[in-house]
Write a protein that binds this ligand. Sequence first.
Ligand code: UD1
Ligand code: MG
Length: 486
Amino acid sequence: MEKKTGNGINKGLELVPGTVPVESSTSLTLQRLFFVGIALGLLFNAQYDPLMACAGLSILAYILTTILIPAFGPAFVRVGFFGRDLGKKDRPILPETMGFVCAIVYLMTMFFFIPFLFYKYFVTETSGSGNREQFVDTSAQMIHKGRQLKLFPHSKLAEYLAALLSSFSMLVLGVADDLFDIRWRDKLFLPAIAILPLVFVYYVDFGVTSVVVPSFLSKISNTELPMTIDLGIFYYIYMLAVAIFCPNSINIFAGINGLEAGQSFVIAIFLLINDAFYIVPGRILELHPPHPATEAHLLSVYMVLPMIAVTAALLKFNWYPARVFVGDTYCYFAGMVFAQVGILGHFAKTLLLFLIPQVLNFIYSAPQLFGLVDCPRHRLPRLDPETGLLEASRVYFTEVPPKGLQAILLSTLGKMKLLHLERNPETGTILSASNLTIINLVLTWSGPLREDKLAIVLLGIQTGFCTFGLAVRYTVAPLVFGRDNL
Ligand code: UD1
Ligand code: MG
C-alpha cells in the first residue's frame, strides 16, 4: 500500500529508511495569494521606488522558498544530500544542503531586482512619459558603439554584479563541500577565492583603502596624527580576511536545530537596523539632507532584505524539531552576503561588532582548530537518551594524556570555569574535556538543556551581543574616533 503523505510530494521517501517527511503545503493557499498581492503592489509601486520593490520581491522570495524547500527536500534525500539529526534519539534522516534552495531563490530575486534598481536611470535618458525618442540614435557613432546610457551608473551595476558573482561562486564551493565533505583546513580559504571578483571591482571603482585613525592616539602621542591612514594592500588583505571569517565562523557555530539560520537571521536584522540609521532620517523622513553614505547603505538593504526573507523561510523548517538541515552551502552563502555588504558599504568593523559571538567562538575553538587539542569530526552537543536533554560533548584523551602546553591550557581553562575537565581521581591526569565551542560552554554552565531551549539561549546571546555592538557603534566609536560619520 502506498504511504499516505498528505501532500503527495514525499512519494519515494521509503527508499531511505528513517526519513522525516518535510510536511508543509506546497500549494498557493489563500493566505499566500494575499501576500503575493501585497508583494506585487510593492514591486510595481507608482513611485518606482527600488526600496519598496525590494520589499515586494523579498515577500515573494519568502513565499517561494517556503514552497520549494518541502518540494525539493525528498529529491535531495534521494540523490544523497541528507544527514542524521544527531540530537534526536532515533537519529532521523533529514534533507541536507537546503541552503542551496535559499541561495538559488536569493540569486533569482537579485537578478529580477536589477531593472527595478536601475529604472530611474533608464527613464532619465529620455524625455519621460513613456517617450523613448532619445534611445533612437541613428548616428554613425551609435552603429559602431551601440546605445549609450550616459547617466547610467555602470560602476554601481559592476559592484552589484560582482557581489552576485561572488555569492554564486560561494554557492558552488558550498555545494562542493556538502558533496565531498572537504576537510575544514582545506575549505577555510574557499571564501577568499569567491570574494575575488568583488575585491577587483572595489579596486577599480572605489579603491578607498584608508581607515580612520582614533583621535585619542593623537592625544596619547602628543603629536598631530593624520585623520586617516592609508592601509594600501593591507586593506585588501583585511577584506579577504573578513570574507574568510564570516562564512567559516557561522559554519562552526553550529550543530543544533535552528542555530545556523537563526544566528544569520539575527545578524541580518541588525545590519538592517544599522542601515536604517543612515537611510530613515535623511531619505525617508527628510529631516535633513540624505547622508553621504545613503547609497552604500541602500545597497546593503537591497542585499540583506532578500537574505532575511529566504533565511526566515529556511528557519521555519530548520527550527526544532528540524525537518531539514541548512548544509555548509547555507553557512557559506550567508557569511558571504554579510562580508559583501560590509566591504561594499565600507562598514566591516560594524559588521564584526555584530559577529562578536562568532569571534568568541572562533577564539575559544582555536586550540582545537589549530591542532593543539584533538578535534573530533563533530563537536555538537551530545544527547542523553535517558533525559532527552543535550549536554556538552567531550574530547577524550584515552591514548595519550595531555602534556606540556596542551595540559597547561586545559588546566587553566578548567580553573577559569571555561571548560569542564574530567581527571583520573588517583593520578590527576586529564581524561576528557568538554569540546571548545560556545555551545558546549553554555551547556557546561547551565547544565543539560532541551535542544530548542538551548537554541533560544544561544540566539538570545547573539541578540544581546548585536545590541551591544550597535550601542558601541553609536556611542563608544564616535568617542574613540573623535567624530561620527552618521
Ligand atoms: C561544523 C563543526 C562541527 C559540528 C558541525 C555541526 C567545527 C570545526 N566543525 O562542522 O564540530 O559538529 O559543524 O553542523 O567546529 N547536525 C545535527 N543537527 C543540527 C545540525 C547539524 O545533527 O542541527 C549534524 C547532522 O548530522 C548534519 C551534520 O551535523 O548532517 C552537518 O555537519 P557539517 O555542516 O557537515 O559539519 P561541518 O560544518 O564540517
Ligand atoms: Mg556545517
